[in-house]
Design a protein around this ligand. Sequence first.
Ligand code: PLP
Length: 255
Amino acid sequence: MNLLSIGGSDPSSGAGIQSDIKTFSSFNVHCLTVVTAITSQNTSNFGIVEPVSQKILKDQILSVMSDFKIDGIKIGMVYNSDIIKILHTKLRKLKIPIVVDPVIKSTTGGMLIEKTAIVDFQKYIIPLATVITPNKYEAEILSKSKITSKKSTSMVAKKIQRMGAKNVVITGAQTGSKKISDFILEKHKEYYISGEKINSINHGSGCNYSAAIVFALAKNKTIEESLRFAQQFTHNSIKNAKKVGKGIVITEIQD
Ligand code: PLP
């Protein structure tokens, strides 16, 4: 199986493309990569972002698509409108699972998308999504609505679904002292998936989650099976997180 990760480079290897290579490799899957932007960041600070040119973005896509059978795609950091529009044009006709992790800001505070590109993200990237995985903060920005209750969680998810995503997961929609729950909106049903909460400020868990979902979907699991699998996988990666740098811990995948 070949899975494609489209996103940003993170030199600390905690998130982004480098993290997805680790996740897909742990599933014995070949990880193809299309880099949208190069970031400078570590476990304490986020430095700068340099998006790649349109020319090299298009040629990376051509390189992987002309050679490999791609079984699923994960889209992470897309950064600007030029990148967003190219991805839309190249991916819109594909009939494979696409998981969109709509990252806006890193845990260390770096902007992963230009503010002015959010409208194009809604218009061109959200409709590509078999599953989109915003956290509460990202869901509020994408829907321009506040999440304050179960009812507003469902309304926010429906707004994002109306933008074109087939299935919407709002991660960490509810948190208690021992449990954390994701809210899921499929075509005709909505439900929560709960797991044991780990108090952790880490780098990489969102990337691990979305990458695990696309793997399960590519293996023909249902949406619910894929989300349960990915929640457990992410729980383990957070539990095994390591302090490798001077700042926050990086999630770790164990075979
Ligand atoms: N850097 C890149 C390139 C990313 O793609 C992401 C998330 O997708 C992050 C940083 C943010 O990671 P975190 O919020 O886990 O620190």
